[in-house]
Design a protein around this ligand. Sequence first.
Ligand SMILES: Nc1ncnc2c1ncn2[C@@H]1O[C@H](COP(=O)(O)OP(=O)(O)O)[C@@H](O)[C@H]1O
Ligand SMILES: N[C@@H](CCC(=O)OP(=O)(O)O)C(=O)O
Length: 470
Amino acid sequence: MKKHLTIVIKLGTSSIVDEKTHQPLLSILSTIVETAVSLHKEGHKVVIVSSGAIGIALRRMNLNRRPKHLPKVQALAAIGQCHLMSLWDQLFMHLGQPVAQILLTRNDIADRTQYLNAQNTFVELLNMGVIPIVNENDTLSVTEIKFGDNDTLSAITAGMVQADYLFLMTDVDCLYDKNPRTNPDAKAIGVVEDIADLEADVSSAGSALGTGGMSTKIVAARLATSAGVTTIITRSSKPGNIASILRYAETQRGVRTPVMRSPSRNSMLSSQELPLRIATIEQAAMASEQLDEALRKKDGMNGTHSPKPEAAEQPPLHTRFLPDLHPIRDRYFWLLHGLTPHGTLYIDSGAHRALADKAGLLPVGVVDVDGSFAQQEAVRIVVVKRLSGNEYEKHDPPPVEVGRALVNYSAAEIRRIRGVRSTEISGVLGYADSEYVALRENIAFLVRNSRPSTPSRLLPNTEIKTPVQA
Ligand SMILES: Nc1ncnc2c1ncn2[C@@H]1O[C@H](COP(=O)(O)OP(=O)(O)O)[C@@H](O)[C@H]1O
Ligand SMILES: N[C@@H](CCC(=O)OP(=O)(O)O)C(=O)O
C-alpha cells in the first residue's frame, strides 16, 4: 500500500469481553494493539472505537447480566470505562504508542461549533501520532442524546475524520444472507456495491452483550459509505486480518460491476466483456483484471488508462461495502447525521425542484408540518404530491424523505405560514425573521444512487464458524 490511509477500527463488546465469563479477551486486545501500531508505523492514521465498558464492569462488580435499570447501567459504564481505558493504555504503552480517550454523546456534536471542535481534536491527535480511543459517554447518555450503539458512533467518527476505511470487527466472519448462528446454510456476502440492493436478513439479535446485532452494522455501513468510507465487516478474533484485507481492498479500489448506460461512454464495455455480477472474491479479482485488460485495449490508442494494478492476494473472509460515488462530506454530513431531527416538513415537488436547483425553501412550498421543534433545530424533508391547498397524497406516490434541514422558524410558526408567499410572512406572524423556512446552505440531501440495481456478491459455500468454534 502506497497511500497513507485513515482507518477507523470498531470493536464490539463481543470482541472485548467473553460473552459468558465477561473476562477481557486479552489476546484480541493485544493483537489489535499490535495491528494498530504496525499500521501506524506504515504511516496510516488509526482511530479505535471501543465498546465493552459495561461488559467489563459486569465482571468487576460480580454481576451475571446487564441490569435493566438505566442509572445502574450508567454507573457500570463509569466503572467499566476506567478499567477499559487502563487496559488499552497499558497494552499500547508496551509498544510505546500514546493513546487518548474521546467520549461522545449525540448532544456534543449537535452544535456545529462543538462538532468542529471534536473534529479538530481528532485531527490534532492524529497529527501528533496519537491513537484516539472512542466510546459513547454512556454515563451521560439518555435516549434523546444517545447514538444508541457504537456501530453508528463509529460511522459518524469515520465521517468526521474523513476515513478511508471503517472496520466493524465482530464475532462472525462477515455478513451472511441470514444469521449464521441459527442457519448453517447461510451464505457469505463478499461485496455490497449498493446497500439499497442488499438482500440479507439481519433482523435477529446479536451476542448476549452486543447492541443491535448485524442490523446496526448495516445502518453504520450505509452512513459511512455515504461519506465515502469503504466499510468492512470481519471477525475480530484475528485482528491481523485487517492488514491483508486492507491490502486486498486497495487493489480493488474503484472496481465496480460495470454498468452499460450509454454506448458513447468509452469506458463502458459490451455485454460479452462484462465481468460476473455475482462473483466470489477470486472471481471478482479475476474479473477486475479482465476489465482492466479490456479497458486498456480500448484506451490503447491514446494510452489514457492507468497501468495494470498489482495482482490481488487472497484475503481472509470479510464483507466489503463500497463507498458512494458522490460522498457527502463536511457540513452536509453533519446536517444529515450529526443532528437528531425533531420533526418533519412535507414539501411539494415544485419546492423539491427548486431546492435541487440550489434555492432555499420558501413557505409557499411547505404542505404540512409534523412534530415540535424550535428555530435552528433539525427536521426531515419529505416530498409529497400536493392535491389541493394543504392536502397531499399519502399512498400513491408515497411520501419520500429526501434530506434534512435546519429551520429558521419553529413548528408552530411554520404551521401558520405554510403555503403563503414570503412577502406575507410578516402579515401572518407579525414579524419576518427570514423569507426562507430554511436556507439552502442548511439543507442536505440524502444521496440516492443512480446506478441500476447491483446485487451483492455472494461467496461460494464457506464453512460457518460460530463464535465458539472460531
Ligand atoms: N445476516 C447476518 N449475518 C451475520 N451475523 C448476523 C446476521 N444476523 C444476525 N447476526 C448476528 O449478529 C451478531 C453480531 O452482532 P453483535 O453481537 O451486536 O456484535 P458486536 O458486539 O460485535 O457489535 C452475530 O454474532 C450474529 O449472531
Ligand atoms: N458504549 C457501550 C457499548 C454499546 C454498543 O454499541 O455495544 P456493541 O454493540 O457491542 O458495539 C459500552 O462501552 O459498553
